[in-house]
Write a protein of this length. Structure first.
Length: 206
């Protein structure tokens, strides 16, 4: 057996990337098998070039946020046109995707589930149905759950996940608890700590 392909990604990286929602907190494969996948995973130790380290950092970020290669490059190119640090701007663009905000708000147990909720029109942005997971949100936007979707299992269950990962301070819960407002841009410490954005900048600056 080759195991769950998503779990193999975390084992290859040597740390939890939280790609599967609740299972990452309760039944993580990495807790039982903290070594790379494959028959020789425990013994495998290879030196990696600077390019390989940079590439791996970029691939890790892509996998965490579930973004395809071309789209990720487009995010980087757009971030590079801004006056602030390119790495920080890149991470903010990833954080402000609709699927990620749904995950951060507790509407979804994982970013993959956030993409499904968006694709199936269970979410709203400023009161209107939204079905584009990659939709880039702005400060002031309100993301909510459609009335007819409030009782579906992923949403009702995922709210329990906030006990494991509290909502970040840049999201402000609304009075009805089925919507959040983006109150500020996320700071670096509020985003994924396992991403080394300076290596991604180095990768694309070669």
């Amino acid at each position: 057996m080759h195991g769950d392909p998503v779990c193999r990604i975390c084992r290859r990286e040597g740390e939890k990337l939280f790609l599967k929602g609740e299972k990452c907190y309760t039944k993580c494969t990495l807790d039982r098998r903290p070594f790379p996948p494959g028959m020789h995973g425990q013994a495998r130790r290879r030196k990696v070039s600077d390019y390989g380290i940079q590439l791996r950092a970029k691939q890790r970020a892509r996998k965490i946020y579930g973004v395809q290669e071309t789209q990720f490059r487009n995010y980087f190119d757009a971030a590079a046109t801004k006056t602030g640090p390119t790495g920080l701007e890149l991470l903010r663009r990833l954080e402000l995707r609709l699927d990620n905000v749904a995950y951060r708000a507790g509407f979804a147990a994982s970013r993959a589930e956030g993409r499904q909720l968006a694709s199936h029109r269970h979410l709203t942005v400023n009161g209107r149905p939204a079905n584009v997971p990659s939709m880039e949100l702005r400060v002031g936007d309100v993301v909510g759950v459609r009335n007819k979707s409030k009782d579906i299992l992923p949403i009702s269950r995922s709210q329990e996940m906030l006990a494991y990962r509290p909502m970040p301070v840049w999201l402000e819960a609304q009075a009805n608890a089925d919507a959040v407002r983006i109150s500020a841009l996320p700071n670096r410490e509020e985003m994924e700590t396992s991403i080394e954005e300076h290596l991604i900048v180095e990768y694309y600056s070669r």
